[in-house]
Design a binder for this molecule. Structure first.
Ligand SMILES: [Zn+2]
Length: 112
């Protein structure tokens, strides 16, 4: 459900940015976002006639407890809850980067 909503938001965002007929869209999906890049691509295929490429990018966190900064330790994902911790002290870190989806590139159909 979350992915369906996200896919719709991406379609709106791309349409708002587009200055021509969209042919290809490249997305960057943060590993700390609640969505799976593959699932997003599947959803988007049903909503739009674009070629979609989604690249999962590593997340970055900052731990307020031990000042660790870098990639968190990922735990098993639960249905609606993303679980990751500081790899040094196992506290819950703050997300610095990688909890969203970015539209990296939009390519257009050539006309004429
Ligand atoms: Zn820590």
């Amino acid at each position: 459900m979350n992915e369906f909503k996200t896919a719709k938001e991406i379609v709106s965002a791309v349409n708002a940015l587009a200055t021509g007929t969209v042919e290809r869209v490249e997305l960057e999906v943060g590993e700390l976002s609640q969505v799976n890049a593959m699932h997003i691509v599947e959803r988007l295929k049903k909503l739009a006639a674009w070629h979609v490429r989604a690249v999962q990018c590593p997340g970055k966190v900052h731990c307020p407890n031990c000042q660790f900064e870098g990639r968190p330790k990922m735990l098993d994902r639960h249905r609606d809850e993303l679980a990751f911790t500081c790899p040094e002290c196992l506290h819950k870190p703050d997300i610095v980067y990688g909890n969203g989806i970015k539209i990296k590139k939009i390519e257009y159909k050539k006309t004429g």
